[in-house]
Design a protein. Structure first.
Lengths: 262, 451
């Protein structure tokens, strides 16, 4: 089976998953959530296959243009959700997360994104492409889950539910922050040094990943040292995710710089 | 003053600085950095000069941004040190003695009695704790024995290791900023250039561009030789992402171009009246060659432009240094007098613009050109880079410790009376309390099990 077929199947599975999760949201029947989760996992499997096929067909890492990296980010987000859901049993975020994922996949499938696999330009011919992009996007996927759980916190009414959303948000940041630091900043610096001879150039993409990092550093310090929890923590996590999103997406379209691939 | 010092050494300052640094960094991405004064004047008009004066156009290298970073570093040092000494005491010389009452107030706790002497019960408890990886310290007080069992105690230093790593990264950045050397070396094939401040030279032997079948660039390859005291010592091919490193210097493939000073041009000449007439010749710019013996015409190429465009006043000029629209200015002479001249274009063979004083039968096509290519290598020496990598490793190690090496502590008080020993135990874990609770229960179950 080729990549685009697998991608379409994945898209359909994610939509069905979102449908069942929405059903769960309204009916409160746990079976709906179970089906939603099973479909999400099934989608994750076909999505993985699509990424593998793409890698084999193109001969390079499946994140060298916007279509590929959107596809990978949506894959990472589903993976992060499946892991967090298994750990903390939070099917309630299913509908929202799957809707975000469907948005990403739809954006990737839109005619705006050239889907053709192009040969790798010299700057991207490095194994650091794998390490830098995959770890960064995985970190950002956990920020995405933290974003949704933080919104859930703000929307929740009962104190015990609020506490759960607060603690799940923190756990997501605890996974996302080290991954983002390693992939985005450390691996990014190593690769920049190997390719350009300088580990830091104050390029807008670099600065925005530093900004994202500052925001989550703020999250951790206000929380751990100053004991901020709940509403203020949730707001900082939301800002942090928006900064990560801008680093990933906005910088490419709104600011010019060295980092003009994806 | 005291209030000021307190603020200066507080985590509050760290948070204020994080917010200011974030805001300033955002600002620096909104204003294009380090452009020319003219560009700012066009873009911002009257605001340009205050922006430049406030160093907002070179924000990340401005005095005030660097001062903020320095203040941040100082704050990290002070905050870390003030927290470090109590942590260190806790790790190295912990309080073993405790109150049974305070243990029973903990969320994770247990108490049991065994009909056995204290030494035996203690040995069983210790064995059970040790098998779960706890390190033990005991102290006797009156008739009681106090046990302190801990594991993953290094986890309490996670944030300190992160901060140390960040300080080393900042130090590396300062060293890079002050001492790093960067210079672009544009080398033609066969050319040797000295490397600034280094005791060796570098020679470009061959520069090649490889293409994919679709015509896009696959690789730029510069085969170079390092020459020390006139002797070649090392030969290597530099590719993007694969720099050459020699004696603390690294050489990166950064750019390339054509040497348009003295290209050779290939021209075909035809006669309108005689379809069988075809003359191919190759000549350098400025060179004059005889074309036709019969009417004693000789031609010359006066100019070559790689990317032809008509500029102001219809003046021919090049748009770029890439051969996107190559054009040659051909001149024809008869008896030493110029009789025709005009531009011919490689991409538009039918569009020759030959202006003739006398009617000419000749037409020309620009078929090709040969220009030497040069490769641009960046020579860089950055003594700060190694500190950056050490700092990165420490930062990641510290994050790992802080998030995934949570310390756990179990304290117990044992007391024997009338042949029975009572054990009161309680535990504290910084993180993953559920798994700690089940570990605690497992330890206690195995300790209280009758032999």
């Amino acid at each position: 089976m080729n990549e685009s077929t697998l991608f379409v199947i994945t898209f359909i599975l994610y939509i069905l998953s979102a449908f069942f999760y929405l059903g769960f949201l309204f009916s409160k029947k746990p079976n709906w959530a179970k089906n939603g989760s099973a479909l999400a996992i099934l989608g994750l499997i076909t999505h993985t296959a699509a990424l593998i096929v793409r890698t084999i067909e193109s001969g390079h890492a499946p994140f060298t243009n916007m279509y590929e990296s959107l596809s990978f980010l949506s894959w990472a987000s589903v993976l992060a959700f499946v892991i967090i859901d298994k750990q903390f049993k939070i099917p309630k975020i299913g509908p929202y997360l799957m809707l975000v994922v469907i948005g990403l996949v739809a954006l990737a499938s839109s005619p705006l994104m050239p889907k053709q696999a192009t040969p790798l330009v010299p700057a991207l011919q490095s194994y650091w492409l794998w390490l830098h992009v995959s770890v960064t996007l995985l970190g950002e996927a956990f920020f995405a889950v933290a974003f949704i759980t933080s919104l859930m916190y703000l929307a929740a009414k009962e104190p015990d539910k609020k506490e759960k959303w607060d603690s799940v948000s923190y756990r997501c940041v605890a996974v996302g922050f080290p991954l983002f630091t390693l992939g985005g900043l450390v691996f990014g610096m190593v690769w920049a040094y190997k390719a350009w001879g300088t580990y830091w150039s104050w390029d807008p993409k670099e600065v925005w990943s530093l900004i994202t990092w500052f925001v989550f550093a703020l999250y951790l310090h206000t929380r751990i040292v100053m004991g901020w929890k709940g509403k203020r923590s949730a707001v900082i996590a939301i800002i942090g995710f928006l900064a990560a999103l801008f680093t990933y997406f906005g910088v490419n379209y709104l600011l010019a710089g060295l980092h003009s691939y994806a | 003053m005291k209030v000021f010092i307190k603020f200066f050494t507080s985590i509050r300052l760290a948070i204020v600085l994080l917010i200011i640094l974030t805001a300033a960094s955002v600002l620096g991405t909104l204003i294009p950095q380090q452009r020319s004064l003219e560009e700012y004047a066009v873009r911002y008009g009257r605001l340009a000069s205050p922006l430049v004066r406030l160093q907002l156009t070179g924000l990340y290298h401005s005095v005030w941004y660097l001062a903020l970073l320095a203040l941040f570093a100082l704050n990290i040092i002070v905050c870390t040190l003030t927290r470090l000494s109590p942590k260190w005491r806790k790790a190295v010389r912990p309080h073993i003695l405790t109150e049974a009452k305070s243990l029973l107030a903990l969320k994770v706790k247990d108490r049991y009695k065994k009909s056995a002497p204290l030494s035996e019960v203690k040995a069983e408890l210790e064995k059970s704790l040790a098998s779960s990886g706890y390190r033990l310290r005991t102290e006797a007080k009156d008739a009681e024995v106090h046990v302190l069992a801990r594991k993953k105690i290094l986890g309490i230093f996670g944030s300190d290791v992160v901060h140390l790593g960040l300080l080393i990264i900042l130090a590396g950045g300062i060293i890079s900023g002050l001492t790093s050397v960067r210079k672009e070396l544009a080398l033609k094939e066969g050319e040797t250039l000295p490397v600034p401040r280094a005791p060796f030279e570098i020679r470009l032997d061959k520069f090649t561009t490889e293409y994919y079948p679709d015509g896009s660039v696959k690789a730029w390859k510069s085969a170079v030789t390092v020459i020390e005291n006139t002797a070649p010592v090392l030969a290597k091919t530099i590719v993007v992402n694969k720099p050459l490193t020699y004696r603390g210097y690294s050489f990166y493939q950064t750019s390339y171009g054509w040497d348009w000073d003295n290209p050779a041009v290939e021209i075909w000449s035809k006669k309108k009246s005689d379809p069988s007439f075809l003359k191919k010749f190759k000549l350098r710019v400025g060179e004059k060659i005889a074309l036709d013996d019969k009417d004693q015409t000789s031609i010359a190429v006066a100019r070559f432009i790689p990317d032809f465009v008509l500029g102001e006043g219809n003046e021919p000029q090049t748009r770029s240094l890439q051969p996107n629209n190559p054009a040659a200015f051909v001149e024809g002479f008869q008896a030493g007098e110029k009789v025709f001249s005009g531009w011919i274009f490689a991409n538009f063979p039918d569009m020759d613009r030959i202006h003739a004083a006398k009617e000419t039968d000749l037409s020309f096509e620009l078929k090709g050109f040969e220009a030497g290519q040069y490769s641009v290598l960046e020579a860089a020496q950055d003594p700060g880079a190694n500190l950056i990598w050490i700092g990165c490793i420490l930062t990641m190690l510290g994050l790992g410790l802080a998030f995934y090496w949570p310390p756990r502590e179990i304290k117990a008080v044992l007391e024997e009376s009338q042949g029975k020993t009572e054990v009161i135990a309680g535990g504290i874990a910084a993180k993953s309390r559920d798994s700690f609770r089940s570990e605690f229960e497992k330890i206690m179950t195995s300790a209280r099990r009758p032999k």
